[in-house]
Write a protein that binds this ligand. Structure first.
Ligand SMILES: *Cc1c(COP(=O)(O)O)cnc(C)c1O
Length: 341
């Protein structure tokens, strides 16, 4: 298979249309047969539920070329399951797990020319989503939906290595207690845009959101979970039912405990204790781990001892282990790497 003519190592994180996508429609109480299509536009009623009341959910994962030349994805079964959880919370009919995996496989295979070669640091980003395509004006769930999955080649998140970022403690809340923080709903991102732009305008890379009820516990950023490393090398991640369960973070916690033999804790983390940690990182599919060097709480600076030059030592070890597994350089736990072709 001939690769597309792209400057793989210099791709950024933006939408670059690839030839094929996968579409399935829900109508008359059931999901229809999905199929690959080249049609990248959608025609729907002006009164579609997604346009009126934002009934939409999404996922994000990547396909890589591994060291031995296989095209693989990382734990796509967890994305399928998480999308079912998201669907339930938004009264969207669940898209079956087997269909989800088939959509990933068929679309990646069809766009194989756009899966970046091994060693470029780039990957094929996969975006599955479901939205209410049926007409809704009185507030209620739609009776028609579309599942769609497209792919786009993206570059290494950090060109020339990961530089620690500076984040600020936000005055805005990300997710209400018992709200939708734990599911991947588009609406969580719509309302995070103003806090994000505000943080940027104030010179910060990201927001640290606290628990909305008491503003004392660390939750997450707009799109990534926290991990902290204690001075004695323990890995700590905040526990809350309004945090989105990151697959990257869950995988890192598992590897830390079962492969690297570290101590791990998922527990409530207060903002007050953050100054006592040695390292801090943000976990998500896009960057795997972004190191945090500084956290600013209303003018008060918390300097993470790992510093602003490079990733902390323990964070780097976690990053290298997970990346190594994703790229087929290190043998991972059973079932984590899903070979496509
Ligand atoms: C998607 C997402 C993450 C990261 O999850 P991954 O499965 O690791 O990509 C973290 N936080 C939020 C709010 C998210 O939407």
């Amino acid at each position: 298979m001939e690769k597309a003519n792209l400057d793989w190592s210099n791709l950024d994180f933006s939408y670059r249309k690839t030839p094929y996508r996968y579409v399935a429609n829900y109508k008359d109480g059931k999901w229809g047969k999905g199929e690959i299509t080249t049609e990248d536009t959608i025609v729907m009623s002006e009164c579609a539920g997604v346009l009126q009341y934002s009934q939409s959910i999404f996922e994000g994962l990547k396909a890589y070329t591994s060291k031995n030349g296989d095209i693989v994805t990382f734990r796509p079964d967890l994305n399928a399951e998480r999308m079912i959880d998201s669907a339930k919370r938004l009264e969207i009919p669940a898209f079956p797990k087997e269909e989800f995996l088939k959509a990933v496989e068929e679309t990646v295979k069809a766009n194989a020319a756009y899966v970046p070669p091994y060693g470029t640091g780039a990957s094929l980003y996969i975006r599955p989503f479901v939205f209410a395509s049926g007409i809704v004006i009185g507030v209620k769930p739609s009776t028609e939906y579309q599942f769609r999955l497209f792919t786009t080649p993206v570059g290494p998140y950090f060109k020339g290595g990961a530089k620690p970022i500076t984040i600020c403690v936000s005055d805005f809340d990300r997710a209400a207690p018992n709200g939708t923080g734990q599911v991947k709903a588009g609406l969580n991102y719509a309302m995070s845009l103003h806090p994000y732009v505000t943080a940027h305008n104030n010179g910060f890379d990201e927001n640290m959101f606290l628990d909305p009820a008491t503003h004392t516990f660390v939750e997450e950023t707009g799109g990534a979970n926290f991990i902290f490393v204690t001075k004695d090398g323990k890995i700590v991640t905040p526990k809350s039912n309004s945090i989105l369960p990151s697959i990257t973070r869950r995988s890192i916690m598992y590897l830390a405990e079962h492969v690297l033999g570290m101590q791990v804790e998922e527990r409530k983390v207060t903002l007050e204790e953050v100054k006592d940690f040695a390292e801090c990182g943000l976990c998500g599919t896009a960057a795997v781990i972004s190191p945090v060097g500084k956290i600013v709480d209303h003018g008060k600076e918390i300097l993470i001892p790992a510093g602003m030059e490079k990733m902390g030592e323990v964070t780097q070890k976690l990053y290298d282990t997970l990346r190594g597994i994703q790229l087929g350089e290190i043998e991972g736990p059973d079932g984590w790497i899903h070979k496509i072709c």
